[in-house]
Design a protein around this ligand. Structure first.
Ligand code: HEM
Length: 401
């Protein structure tokens, strides 16, 4: 294998994910050791079956021990992450998730459909007035920040600030979003958590019917949730629910503009939209990876993993695994079945999955209904990141007639 392979370098993702390298490695070294600039390294798990095995064995592959990003975090940042659902291990994870899960089941989420549709129509109306827009920020970003803002109970005046923190938080490797690499991302995390602590104080004084009020009434480790623990949860929910959804919507439009015959099919038959959303998620999964840390020695995909080593579950590679997907590099809105891993699998399977799917379906229904013509007016620009598989701009002209 040539030395030039570097799956970590964020520069290697600016022109699109390194799909050819992933494919070669899936065949030759499917669990690949990737050194990192800080002197550590990680096992990149590239095949679908191996990734599923890691995600479904939380006792061997811990989300809590080193957190879910590849970089080793400062102790206080790691401690904060460990109070997020995403970075808890069983049994703590199970108990905590059981408390919040009822708020995210289809029956509850589906009740949000009229509200999601109203928000989409307002966004489309604004966009129609402008015509020429940056689809990422002027259109897509607005839906999840409003939906999550309402769900959590963030006052509307604060949505832009939350959005800015969220971008700095997840844009840590891209100089356009953050002033100083990952240090700025962790400052944004702390500022957002401080904001959440203020919100918690208000809700304790004046409870409402939002998720914040519910969370504050919950117990964690047998004790009432503290404001600091709430801060961690808040940061996770807001970040998880915002950027990923924005990316699904913007990458989705780009994929469809690149496949105009499939876009025409969707316009002719909107019942195809849910299947198209799944294919968008497989094709342009918003997150490249999440990390685990081995709690004991283990064998995986022919290699020996040592206790304490980092393991990256590379969704971007697993979603193109020919052992699972026929013609994996073809974008196909009719693909069925489509067992992509863009929402993870196992213990930590995305809690917001039904909300994300609802937002995706309603958004594209309203977009195609409002704009008979959508034209790309310049090149799409991608975020420099080995974690977020995101566009940072997509210039388009939206024509309502
Ligand atoms: C297209 C949109 C989304 C994508 C691609 C996505 C992706 C993911 C992935 C891959 C995981 C699994 C993490 C792991 O295995 O370590 C996850 C977990 C999670 N997601 Fe999402 N997500 C999306 C939208 C949302 C939304 C809208 C929310 C909530 C408002 C949300 C909340 C969560 C939470 C709370 C977890 C942690 C669950 C747990 O650890 O038990 N996500 N998401």
């Amino acid at each position: 294998m040539p030395d030039a392979i570097d799956l970590y370098d964020p520069d290697g993702y600016v022109d699109g994910p390194p799909h050819e390298t992933f494919e070669r490695l899936r065949n030759e070294q499917p669990v690949y050791w990737q050194p990192m600039p800080d002197g550590t390294g990680y096992w990149a798990v590239l095949r679908h079956a191996d990734l599923v095995a890691v995600a479904r064995e939380p006792k061997t592959y811990s989300a809590a021990r080193g957190g879910v990003v590849l970089e080793d975090l400062a102790p206080e940042t790691l401690a904060m992450m460990q109070d997020m659902l995403l970075a808890m291990d069983p049994p703590r994870h199970v108990g905590y998730r059981r408390n919040v899960a009822p708020q995210f089941v289809p029956r509850v989420i589906n009740q949000l459909e009229p509200r999601v549709r109203t928000i989409c129509r307002e966004i489309m109306r604004d966009a129609a007035e402008r015509g020429d827009v940056d689809f990422v920020h002027d259109v897509c970003a607005k839906l999840p920040s409003q939906v999550v803002g309402e769900l959590v109970g963030i006052p509307e005046a604060d949505w832009p600030q939350i959005h800015a923190w969220s971008e700095r938080n997840s844009g840590g490797q891209d100089p356009d979003f953050s002033s100083g690499y990952s240090e700025d991302a962790s400052n944004a995390t702390i500022e957002m958590a401080m904001y959440a602590i203020g919100l918690a104080e208000q809700r304790r004084a004046e409870p409402r019917g939002d998720l914040t009020t519910l969370m504050l009434s919950m117990e964690l480790d047998g004790e009432p949730m503290t404001d600091i623990q709430f801060g961690s949860f808040f940061v996770q929910l807001v970040t998880a629910g915002n950027d990923t959804t924005r990316t699904m919507l913007s990458s989705g439009l780009l994929a469809l503009l690149d496949h105009p015959e499939q876009l025409a099919e969707l316009r002719a038959d909107p019942a195809l939209i849910p299947g198209a959303v799944e294919e968008i998620l497989r094709w342009a999964n918003p997150l490249h990876y999440f990390r685990r840390t081995a709690t004991r020695d283990a064998r995986l995909g022919g290699v020996q993993i040592a206790e304490g080593q980092k393991v990256g579950m590379i969704y971007t590679s697993a979603n193109r695994d020919a052992a699972v997907f026929r013609d994996p590099h073809r974008f196909d809105i009719h693909r069925d079945p489509n067992p992509h891993l863009s929402f993870g699998t196992g213990e930590h399977f995305c809690l917001g999955v039904h909300l994300a799917r609802l937002e995706g379906r309603v958004f594209f229904e309203e977009l195609f209904e409002t704009f008979p013509t959508i034209e790309q007016t310049g090149p799409a620009r991608r975020q420099r990141s080995n974690l977020n598989n995101a566009l940072k701009s997509l210039p388009v002209r939206l024509c309502a007639v």
